[in-house]
Design a protein around this ligand. Structure first.
Ligand code: HAM
Length: 419
């Protein structure tokens, strides 16, 4: 038997309810905050990710699904969404649509990582990006959005960590200080640290193996330029003024190269090792770097699978979704015409209707109607056809009514409102 690829999932039935619950919360919060949806392709030129995510990152070095297409182009399944948004911004001239642009996206991302709980090779993100503002209020708003999304999902087991990763001006001095600090220690550290010493020195700070050494490393906060320091302080002031709790984690550096100034993560302590549910930050150089104007930007992405893991671990159950409010049950071969007519009348009133197109007895029809969550069934038998009637049954109470066919739709509508 052909099986699905390792690190991917089929999403169905009960699990699907969680997805709809998360997706509808996302749509609601994006509407409230006035972020507009963008859909970009799931594959892009490999160069885009090499440039934006960064050649020296784990994502580009080890985790990308890259292949040559039949035209000999190097293509990569997107490992994240920010690079594509920046590309779309430049390519489609979003700059002419006024600033700031507040955008969001939802969809699958691909990373060839070692699969484990909370870590997949095809996973899904919801991300938001504000492009065009360099002000800390934009960083604040993105964080507030993340917190409101979690609140709407009823997740209260999540903690916000913030940091700054400096900018082009101050970061080189800090990197040098790190190199000096690690110079006489590197031989004794793990292979990842050794590799990153030359290519991506700041990532040594979030090494899980050699965290004791990292704890003693110099902090970026002593190396910030005035501008970065001011930005970070203002962000903290905004968070405090708006009662958003946070902790400064001076070793939070993020795994992607494009960040400048603010970096933040939201972690759910209950999740164990893959506990980062949201990650984001500012990336003021990215749009220019991939060929656009110098447009400052800030955003975040949340992993939908990880959010669902938190919901499950907290025992939060999405409300049971009904597939249809009403089921129409034609009891005879010649009842189908009237059944479809009744269904059309109900749908005109915005009521979702399931027409039972199986051949089976009433008991089995009722059983299925209640399995898919319908509240009311409309039964059509011989008498109903002959006398233009409908038998309306409320499943919860079992009460049954014979109504004139012409008034069936308004009667059902009224009954639904009473439930
Ligand atoms: P990221 O931290 O790489 O950031 O990913 C964001 C979120 O995606 C993570 O917090 C996690 O929930 C989820 N995630 C990442 N990898 C996996 C995986 N293998 N399996 C399951 N979930 C995963 C970014 O992608 C940036 N583009 C975020 C951003 C937007 N920064 C600015 N704007």
């Amino acid at each position: 038997m052909i099986k699905r690829i390792k690190g991917t999932q089929d999403i169905y039935l009960e699990e699907m309810k969680y997805w709809h619950y998360v997706e509808s919360a996302v749509r609601e919060v994006t509407r409230l905050y006035a972020f507009q949806e963008v859909r970009t392709p799931i594959f892009e030129a490999t160069e885009l990710f090499k440039r934006s995510v960064g050649e020296s990152t784990d994502v580009v070095q080890k985790e990308m699904y890259t292949f040559e297409d039949k035209g000999g182009r190097s293509i990569t399944l997107r490992p994240e969404g920010t690079a594509s948004i920046a590309r779309a911004f430049v390519e489609n001239g979003f700059i002419n649509l006024g600033a700031p642009m507040k955008l969001y996206y939802m969809g699958p991302m691909f990373r060839y990582e070692r699969p484990q709980a909370g870590r997949l090779r095809q996973f899904h993100q919801i991300g938001i990006e504000t492009l065009g503002s360099s002000h800390p209020t934009a960083d604040y708003e993105v964080i507030e959005f993340a917190m409101s999304l979690l609140k709407r999902l009823k997740i209260d087991d999540a903690k916000l960590y913030i940091n700054t990763v400096g900018c082009e001006k101050c970061r080189p001095n800090y990197k040098q200080a790190l190199r000096d600090f690690y110079a006489d220690k590197i031989d004794g550290l793990c292979t990842d640290c050794k590799r990153r010493y030359d290519t991506n020195i700041m990532r040594l700070l979030d090494c899980k193996v050699d965290s004791e050494v990292a704890a003693k490393a110099p902090s970026i906060h002593s190396y910030l330029c005035d501008e970065c320091s001011k930005h970070f302080n203002e962000l903290q002031e905004l968070l405090k003024a708006n009662n958003i709790d946070f902790e400064i984690d001076s070793r939070l550096v993020r795994g992607l190269d494009y960040y400048t100034k603010t970096a933040f993560e939201i972690r759910a302590e209950s999740l164990g090792s893959q506990n980062q549910i949201i990650g984001g930050g500012r990336y003021d150089g990215l749009v220019e770097y991939i060929g656009g104007k110098a447009i400052p930007a800030v955003g975040f992405a949340a992993g939908i699978e990880r959010i669902i893991m938190v919901l499950r671990s907290m025992g939060i159950k999405p409300e049971t979704e009904e597939i249809a409010s009403v089921a129409v049950l034609p009891m005879l071969e010649n009842a189908f015409t009237l059944a479809f007519e009744y269904a059309r009348r109900l749908r005109k009133r915005n009521i979702s209707v399931f027409v039972d197109v199986m051949e089976r007895n009433l008991r089995n029809r009722l059983k299925h109607a209640s399995r898919i969550g319908t509240k009311i069934v409309v039964i059509i038998g011989e008498e109903e056809i002959e006398k233009n009637l409908a038998t309306v049954k409320v499943l919860d109470t079992g009460s049954q009514f014979k109504v004139d066919g012409d008034f069936m739709a308004s009667f059902v509508e009224e009954k639904l409102m009473e439930l």
